[in-house]
Design a protein around this ligand. Structure first.
Ligand SMILES: *Cc1c(COP(=O)(O)O)cnc(C)c1O
Length: 408
């Protein structure tokens, strides 16, 4: 008799996006004449950069010839891509990360989910609230979350990020072994300054805490005092793992490439207290369970760092950030409380008149034909907010903001 991993049975159904899709489709069939604008999706819409397309085409042709075809890629990534990553994302910012600390993968969702493989089941986990659900659900699957009451897991410490604290989480009150941080943040679109992140690094150093730092939105940062990498902070190479993705940076959501940085200096601990290198464990994990990212995809990612690639990608990000500005300033002018949207493609909008997230979601859909994401779907502290994304078409973004402003 094959037994299942019981932890899967504890997971509630992935309810948020299914519920949104269901409500939108019900509205559409009842009102086929009323076009709905979506500012709900967390997916890019602009095409890949021409430099990336060229690299994909060239690499595909290499695969067509016996002389140049490639089989299995190296477990941790091709040197050409790792070198481009190290040079552009780290050395250009004077961050001393070396090639042996970079692991190329098929994306940050896999890596933030899989990293739990190398961590003990007994670790206490802390997450910000609201939160990217992957960190919580994979902790549940690994048996680290305890039981679910009132939408929160007994074994997870939730760190509220609210308008009152400026969306800056306080350090855990109970002891945590592992803390997930995502900055710039999905869903709130807010950030930590260098000084605020330093507080986390110092806390982690003092308490032997591991920080799992998701920097998937790093490319959207516009302000100077917001760190692009946790490794800009002194001491972080001793306590942090960083996750990066080409998904939002370069529109790779359908191409699939990301990478994880695990410094050699980082230490975690065996039950007997002896030091273990997570870099070594991750090598073992990847070489056992992962057979490398496709050659053509790694060539495409390399093209992101070419001079044409950089410029083309900058234009696309600027386009999205102009959408973000249109949304944020439009809503603020209408007297609404909107956060984020300066260093991230997300705007976190406080619902008016104390409406719940779902009440305001329904109002926007039914009265204004605009789709958002209810903040409560990301955690308790998301209640009273909806998330709007800057990934939409320009005319639709402008139109949606005008509708909200007119009705406010
Ligand atoms: C989109 C996103 C990612 C990227 O995931 P990929 O698997 O690389 O596409 C990672 N973390 C967060 C918080 C995200 O929103």
């Amino acid at each position: 008799m094959a037994l299942v991993n019981e932890n899967f049975l504890r997971l509630p159904g992935s309810y948020l996006f299914a519920e949104i899709a269901q409500r939108v489709s019900a509205y559409r069939s009842a009102h086929p004449d009323r076009p709905v604008i979506s500012l709900g999706i967390g997916d890019v819409t602009r095409p890949l950069a021409p430099a990336v397309i060229k690299a994909l085409q060239d690499a595909t042709l290499e695969m067509a010839s016996e002389k140049t075809m490639r089989g299995y890629a190296p477990y941790y990534g091709y040197d050409f891509l790792i070198e481009a990553i190290v040079k552009n994302d780290f050395h250009a910012r004077r961050i001393p990360i070396d090639a042996g600390e970079v692991f190329v993968s098929d994306g940050a969702k896999s890596d933030t989910g899989n990293i739990g493989d190398i961590l003990g089941a007994g670790n206490t986990v802390a997450v910000t609230d609201p939160v990217y659900p992957v960190y919580v659900d994979t902790s549940v699957i690994a048996g680290r979350a305890g039981t679910l009451t009132d939408g929160q897991w007994s074994g997870i410490e939730y760190l509220p990020c609210t308008a009152e604290n400026g969306f800056v989480p306080e350090l855990p009150k109970k002891h945590a072994d592992v803390v997930y941080l995502c900055y710039p943040n999905n869903p709130t679109g807010t950030t930590l300054t260098r000084k605020e992140l330093k507080k986390w690094v110092d806390y982690a150093v003092e308490n032997r805490v591991l920080l799992l730092y998701d920097a998937a939105y790093e490319a959207f940062i516009t302000e100077k005092d917001v760190p692009h990498s946790i490794f800009e902070i002194e001491g972080a190479t001793k306590v942090a793992i960083e996750f990066r993705s080409f998904s939002k940076t370069a529109g790779f959501t359908g191409v699939r490439c990301g990478y994880t940085v695990i410094p050699h200096e980082l230490k975690a601990y065996a039950n007997d207290g002896s030091e273990v290198s997570p870099n070594e464990l991750w090598k073992r994990r990847q070489s056992t369970k992962f057979n490398g990212t496709a050659y053509i995809v790694q060539r495409a990612a390399e093209a992101v760092y070419s001079s044409e690639g950089k410029q083309q990608i900058r234009e696309t990000i600027d386009f999205y950030m102009e959408n973000a500005k249109i949304i944020r300033t439009g809503l603020e002018k209408a007297g609404m409380k909107a956060f984020g949207g300066v260093n991230a493609p997300y705007i976190w909008l406080q619902t008016p008149d104390g409406k719940s997230s779902w009440e305001y979601f329904d109002y926007l859909l039914n009265e204004l034909q605009i789709v958002t994401t209810p903040g409560s779907g990301f955690g308790k502290s998301g209640e009273g907010f909806v998330r709007l994304t800057a990934f939409g078409k320009r005319e639709e973004t402008v139109e949606a903001v005008e509708r909200i402003v007119r009705s406010a």
